[in-house]
Write a protein that binds this ligand. Structure first.
Ligand code: FE
Ligand code: FE
Ligand code: ZN
Length: 286
């Protein structure tokens, strides 16, 4: 099983500290922002302890592609109303790709964005245009568009919308999908019937395109389009349904990342990973 969580990337040990944090949760995967997600200021790569990160990964038998980068959520490639916002998205994404190459990671998770005051169709077209302006991705890099909840004017709330973006890309082979359980539930998909959801995903996008899973419960009912994550078993999806995603044989090779909320300012990830593994052991013990 490939399981981990969102981890911090902060002074003094940066990426090395991120791996240590993941190890403290008994994880073998992790996802991080290369800096504050709400701004585009970034430290020089030399400061980020990349070599130490790789040494620690190697020591623990964790492949570098289990370190996943999440692009900051202020990037909005679907905004056609303010060209400077889309411009910033392209520029920042190009730098983020270089940083991901330097880190030695493979997958970059990206929100397709919000159309603001236009419409879904325009948002989809704008997003694809901006991604095409980013150009051909370097060897080994895959940008994973995330399934979104459909909050406000978000695009990417259905597999069809994501497919419509991919169809317009000059280099679709270097793009994949990140499947977020909270977001798809909020967008109306029934996680309790995960195999039907995966059949639909496979028909529209191709299951081989799914490279990252965000495993989150949701505070809201199915179809609410709210995007508020809950701790595993504390929301409207429920622990057993999330466990069925975690343990699904069709998804075995895909890293699962927890983005559940902190409890009393403490990360819940060690406990949630323990719960998933315990359930797995229980099921696979005769
Ligand atoms: Fe995300
Ligand atoms: Fe997510
Ligand atoms: Zn979310």
């Amino acid at each position: 099983m490939i399981i981990g969580s969102h981890v911090r990337m902060a002074s003094p040990d940066y990426l090395e500290g991120s791996v240590r944090e993941a190890l403290s949760y008994d994880a073998n995967a992790m996802m991080l922002y290369t800096g504050a997600p709400q701004n585009t200021r970034r430290l020089p790569m030399e400061a980020l302890h990349i070599d130490e990160m790789h040494a620690l990964l190697q020591e623990n038998g964790i492949p570098a592609e289990h370190v996943i980068v999440h692009a900051p959520y202020i990037i909005n490639p679907a905004n056609s109303v303010k060209p400077e916002v889309a411009e910033l998205a392209v520029e920042f994404l190009q730098k983020e790709i270089s940083r991901t190459v330097a880190i030695g990671a493979r997958y970059i998770v990206l929100h397709p964005g919000s159309y603001t005051t236009t419409d879904t169709e325009t948002g989809i077209r704008t997003c694809a245009e901006q991604l095409n302006r980013v150009g051909k991705l370097p060897e080994g890099i895959v940008i994973c568009l995330e399934t979104m909840a459909g909050k406000g004017s978000e695009i990417g709330k259905s597999f069809e919308e994501l497919a419509a973006i991919l169809e317009r890309l000059d280099h679709p082979e270097t793009y994949g999908i990140c499947f977020d359980t909270c977001h798809t539930h909020d967008a109306g998909y029934d996680i309790a019937d995960i195999d039907s959801v995966l059949d639909r995903f496979d028909a529209v996008l191709g299951l081989e395109r799914m490279h990252v899973i965000h495993l989150n419960d949701s505070k809201n009912e199915r179809g609410a389009r709210k995007d508020r994550h809950a701790n595993l078993g504390q929301g409207q999806i429920g622990f057993e349904n999330l466990y069925r995603v975690f343990a699904n044989p069709r998804l075995a090779a895909i890293p699962k990342i927890l983005e559940t909320p902190y409890i009393d300012d403490k990360p819940p990830y060690a406990e949630e990973i323990r719960m998933l593994k315990q359930r797995y052991d229980q099921e696979n013990r005769q």
